[in-house]
Design a protein around this ligand. Structure first.
Ligand SMILES: C[C@](O)(C(=O)O)[C@H](CC(=O)O)C(=O)O
Length: 306
């Protein structure tokens, strides 16, 4: 298996002092396509979004490795030039399972993924009552991931996440991140930071390890923009709620409109053209490219248009 393009690109960005990777959270084909159409050069596959969209369930450790890896792979396959960073929760079991998870993510073309130190019945990092595994169990997860990566001759970026801040405090969280880096992680992710001071401190304390910032709308971390995140020294910032919040708000609006008025009025863009109609949705998902491909290959399905 050749080295994956996405992972190499992500690694190159991590070593570029001028680059901060800003990745919107997407959870399905359409949200990924919308983010790509706006020009993002990286995507984040949110585990929470995968749980809510594929299972209709909250982020409580209910997704299986296959729910997550398949979703990540579908998203990564939409544009192989755009690295996908994916949530891998706890790795879904002990070292053997974490190694299998890593292999699956690599085979799905994921560029980077995060592994955390919650128990396998985990929950969103911005909920209360999180429980953790001990530090050895955590570093065994990271070691298993690094081992699987090496065994496959690949360079997927391993992002170590700790949820220890909530129950064990800052110092223990930093110790865990340092132990994870020593075990083979490339990037450090302190989940649930609750102040800008903490954000600034973590980057300095973990240097030269690149740090990861999680901007969850309605979560416990104060939201800062990409410019500020870059100034603080973060190398990757994700906005996991981009897809979830937009689907939540827009779907509610449209469902209410249909329920209350019996119809949905067309939306129009600034030039008066219908916006968001069936053709727009198919087009953002590649309708023209599909028909061009078919023609170029000598197919005849689109000779009369589509
Ligand atoms: C980053 C995260 O793991 C995710 O699944 O997107 C979540 C975010 C969320 O629940 O919105 C987390 O921070 O735990």
């Amino acid at each position: 298996m050749a080295q994956a393009k996405g992972a190499a690109k992500l690694r190159q960005w991590l070593s570029d002092p001028d680059k901060i990777v800003v990745a919107p959270g997407v959870h399905d084909g359409l949200t990924a396509r919308m983010a790509l159409s706006v020009g993002f050069d990286a995507l984040y596959m949110t585990g929470a979004g995968t749980a809510v969209s594929r299972l209709g369930q909250p982020d409580l450790g209910l997704t299986s490795v296959d729910d997550m890896a398949t979703n990540a792979g579908m998203i990564a396959g939409l544009d192989r030039d755009v690295p996908v960073i994916a949530d891998a929760d706890t790795g879904f079991g002990g070292p053997l399972m974490v190694a299998r998870t890593t292999e699956k993510y690599i085979l799905q073309g994921v560029a980077g993924f995060h592994l955390e130190d919650q128990i396998t019945t985990k929950r969103c990092g911005h909920l209360l009552g999180k429980e953790l595994v001990d530090v050895n169990t955590y570093t065994a997860r990271i070691k298993a991931a690094a081992h699987a990566r090496e065994r496959m001759g690949q360079d997927i970026v391993i992002i170590a996440r700790t949820d220890a801040l909530q129950s064990l405090g800052y110092d223990e969280a930093i110790l865990r991140l340092k132990a994870a880096v020593a075990a083979g992680a490339d990037v450090a992710f302190l989940e649930g930071m609750d102040s800008k001071e903490q954000m600034s401190k973590v980057v300095k304390e973990l240097a030269p390890t690149p740090c990861f910032l999680n901007m969850v709308g309605g979560g416990v971390t104060p939201l800062i923009n990409s410019k500020e995140a870059k100034e603080l020294g973060f190398k990757i910032v994700i906005w996991p709620m981009v897809g979830m919040t937009s689907v939540y708000l827009a779907t509610r609006e449209f469902c209410r409109e249909l329920k209350e008025t019996g119809e949905i009025k067309d939306r129009h863009d600034k030039d008066g053209k219908i916006d968001g109609g069936v053709r727009d949705v198919f087009e953002v998902c590649g309708l023209s490219k599909c028909s061009e491909f078919d023609k170029e290959m000598g197919g005849s399905s689109f000779l009369k248009g589509a």
